[in-house]
Design a binder for this molecule. Structure first.
Ligand SMILES: N[C@@H](CCC(=O)N[C@@H](CS)C(=O)NCC(=O)O)C(=O)O
Length: 188
């Protein structure tokens, strides 16, 4: 099977970690955004092809990986909500980032202003959701870590005030599979 995406995308990164953890036989196909998204079902990355099957979203790709390896995909509702909530915040952050590249900032658009506020208030929500304590590299925590690392790389977030979020990222950065998918140093 082939996973298509860039090395900077947080959605792609979570899939790379899951496919590696599940020890599936897969290949990472990377390249420039334009050519990758041209082939994708909804012109986004990641997407995965496995024979005749094409999966066009990180959520279905991770479910496919986990279940192919005989694992359950989100048996716990709170963990699933952490994943979904992080996705909402991450989508908002990506939105603000992409439109910013086109010269559109929150000052130009009330909707974009709401998206930016969602990211800001979302950090505090995530910080209390993850709480202090012993973390496991579950898909909820992994999604948070992929978001945080991308958000820092793109200068979209400041996690200095959030002890728990910093602890989640420190914890994730001790995992060899998570660090093997780090955004390359030369791109930072
Ligand atoms: N819901 C999708 C979101 C994926 C997504 O937003 N990917 C971004 C890259 S990080 C993308 O392809 N953006 C291209 C575009 O919007 O044109 C998933 O979870 O896979």
């Amino acid at each position: 099977m082939k996973l298509y995406g860039t090395v900077t995308s947080p959605f792609v990164r979570h899939c790379r970690v899951a496919l590696t953890q599940c020890r599936l036989d897969w290949e990472f196909v990377t390249g420039d955004m334009e050519s990758l998204t041209a082939q994708s079902p909804v012109h986004k990355i990641p997407y995965l092809s496995d024979g005749d099957r094409v999966l066009g979203d990180s959520c279905s790709i991770i479910k496919f990986a986990r279940e192919s390896a005989g694992q359950e995909f989100f048996p716990d509702i709170d963990e699933y909500d952490l994943f979904c909530t992080t996705n909402t915040i991450l989508d908002a952050a990506v939105n603000v980032f992409q439109l910013g590249k086109d010269g559109l900032t929150p000052e130009h658009s009330p909707y974009l202003g709401r998206q930016a506020k969602r990211v800001e208030s979302g950090l505090s929500v995530l910080d209390s959701r993850v709480g202090p304590g012993n973390y496991a590299l579950s898909d909820g925590i992994l999604r948070v870590a992929c978001f945080l690392d991308w958000g820092l790389f793109r200068n979209r977030i400041d996690i200095e005030p959030y002890d728990n979020l910093r602890a989640v990222l420190d914890f994730s950065n001790q995992d060899p599979v998570f660090t093997s998918t780090s955004i390359p140093e030369e791109m930072r």
